[in-house]
Design a protein around this ligand. Structure first.
Ligand code: URA
Length: 209
């Protein structure tokens, strides 16, 4: 599938399996999400630009490679996206963070925006939009539409899980935006949940059910 990066590393797949289990505690779900986010960030940042800086080793000076973490912005779709942020920031601590508040209208499943805060100078930054579940695609589509208005250097979308319906809907509107995911599940159910999935990611991260 064009523009879909399936992160099939054994560690990622193993941790995702542990998260899916219905008897995983809130504590272990959150810890695993944190670890998965770190591992996924490794793949998502693979093409990050490097520049050279002058440093001193104990033996001599050299030009060494460095990233400019500040140019990266992780934009979390509230509230479940927040669960991924800590892991990503522990790997790229200098990254900036944005938040988009969207809720799914329970009847129409359409995304409604209630909060939007991102760093300044977005046109100089690379954006990674994060949400654990790309299900109907409505929130992801709306979030990326808002981010595109600010004309960043690049945009990527990262989720833990998606399904064929979510990918199709997202790429119908945003064919240019790559999706990074740990799994493509079978289907959506009539309530907009991914099957077999892992349930409601927000509830499982925050222990609200
Ligand atoms: N959001 C979730 O948290 N889970 C799903 O399966 C779909 C959307």
């Amino acid at each position: 599938m064009r523009h879909v990066h399936l992160i099939d590393h054994p560690l990622v797949q193993h941790k995702l399996t542990l998260m899916r289990r219905k008897d995983a505690s809130t504590n272990s779900f959150r810890r695993l999400l944190n670890e998965l986010a770190m591992l996924m960030t490794y793949e998502v940042t693979r093409d990050m630009p490097l520049h050279e800086i002058e440093i001193e080793t104990p033996l001599e000076s050299m030009k060494a490679k460095a990233i400019d973490g500040k140019k990266l912005v992780f934009v979390s779709i509230l509230r479940a996206g927040t669960g991924i942020l800590d892991g990503m920031l522990s790997v790229v601590p200098g990254a900036r963070v944005g938040h988009i508040g969207l809720y799914r209208d329970p009847k129409t499943l359409v995304a409604v925006e209630y909060y939007f805060k991102v760093p300044l100078d977005m046109n100089e930054r690379d954006v990674v939009v994060v949400d654990p579940m790309l299900a109907t695609g409505n929130s992801a589509i709306a979030a990326v539409e808002r981010i595109k208005e600010l004309q960043p250097r690049s945009i990527k979308f990262v989720c833990l899980l998606t399904c064929p319906e979510g990918i199709k809907a997202f790429h119908e509107t945003h064919p240019d935006i790559p999706i990074y995911t740990a799994a493509i599940d079978r289907q959506l159910n009539e309530h907009g949940y991914i099957l077999p999935g892992l349930g409601d990611a927000g509830d499982r991260i925050f222990g609200t059910k």
